[in-house]
Design a protein around this ligand. Structure first.
Ligand SMILES: [Fe+2]
Length: 324
């Protein structure tokens, strides 16, 4: 990409951050809403820290490890001597000015610029989770569920993963996987359907997809209706081959898969182990598809999200599958 195109991508991410935080006062920005989430002002300065770290100073930024996600748990970030909202805004602005000046040179390695833009957009989603927990954000853009029934995905090989220039390490390398045939629901599970399972009057819109469902609950729901969750390769094959048949495959709610988060064969950590590799194993489950707040730049068909099986602060829902 040219420097001009990269600037547009970076500024798109920044506009989303600013639009989200602009209406909030300092108390709302500094509050620790939940032990699962950082104070919003931490996310803001961390966005600048990550940008400075990867694009300007090669790991030698001026803020030490205060904004290193691995140095401090989310629950303790409210107690750290972090920047005030005014200081954080000035800091991210200063970093961005320097990045824009250096963009012609940085464009030579545009993966890192793309990673920084995607990272900011992923934090926008994290910050909206925080606002939702604080009761300050509602799902006013959730699309309606209209489809019904399921579709048969024929057996055979397909290419899992991506070698696209901005794909993350965990999406690489693209490789062929052979799957037996299976069926997958055209629609996401709605609030009304989930409410029957949970025997609770649902609190959301009736024709809207249920969200804030944990993996454990999603799996139990699928079993209750005599189905199962798709595996991760099944989800991606269906999304790649039958994009028109699956309603809201991307951009409504994240969909739990039954797969653990792990590296594809030939995985190589890049540019740092802490993005993906440290989460591999039999602990985290994969979610696919993106939510109503996930930016289209991130919500690609091969993008892998992951979380602990009991977590439900994310915008996570259910699409069921079954054996053919
Ligand atoms: Fe981050």
């Amino acid at each position: 990409m040219s420097a001009t195109e990269l600037e547009a991508v970076l500024e798109h991410a920044r506009k989303r951050t600013e639009a989200l935080l602009e209406p909030l006062d300092d108390e709302q920005l500094t509050r620790q809403v939940s032990p699962l989430q950082s104070p919003l002002v931490w996310d803001l300065a961390h966005i600048g820290y990550f940008e400075e770290h990867w694009l300007l100073r090669n790991g030698n930024g001026e803020l030490g490890d205060l904004y290193d996600s691995f140095a401090h748990e989310r629950a303790e970030r409210g107690t750290l001597p972090i920047l005030s909202p005014g200081e954080a805004r000035a800091y991210v602005r200063k970093v961005r000015e320097e990045v824009l000046e250096r963009l012609p040179e940085l464009a030579k390695d545009d993966f890192l610029v793309g990673m920084v833009a995607q990272h900011e957009l992923q934090h926008v989603e994290t910050m909206i989770q925080t606002l939702a927990l604080a009761g300050l954000a509602g799902a006013d853009q959730l699309p309606k569920v209209e489809a019904g029934g399921d579709v048969l995905v024929p057996g055979g090989p397909f290419t899992l993963g991506s070698d696209e220039p901005w794909a993350y390490d965990n999406e690489r390398p693209a490789h062929v996987v052979d799957l037996p045939p299976f069926r997958i629901d055209r629609a996401l599970v709605t609030n009304a359907e989930y409410g029957e399972f949970a025997s609770s009057p649902d609190s959301g819109g009736e024709n809207e997809p249920v969200q804030h469902v944990s993996f454990d609950a999603a799996e139990a729901y699928a079993r209750w209706v005599g189905k199962r969750l798709p595996t991760e390769p099944e989800w991606e094959k269906a999304a790649k081959l039958l994009d028109d048949e699956l309603e809201h495959a991307r951009g409504a709610v994240w969909q739990w898969t039954s797969s653990f988060f792990d590296g594809y064969p030939g995985f190589r950590a890049f540019p740092y182990r802490e993005y993906s590799e440290v989460f591999f194993g039999q602990t985290y489950r994969v979610l696919r598809g993106g939510s109503w707040v996930t930016d289209p730049l991130v919500a690609r068909t091969t993008f892998r999200n992951w979380d602990l099986p009991e977590r439900r602060q994310i915008f996570s829902g259910i699409r069921c599958a079954s054996d053919a």
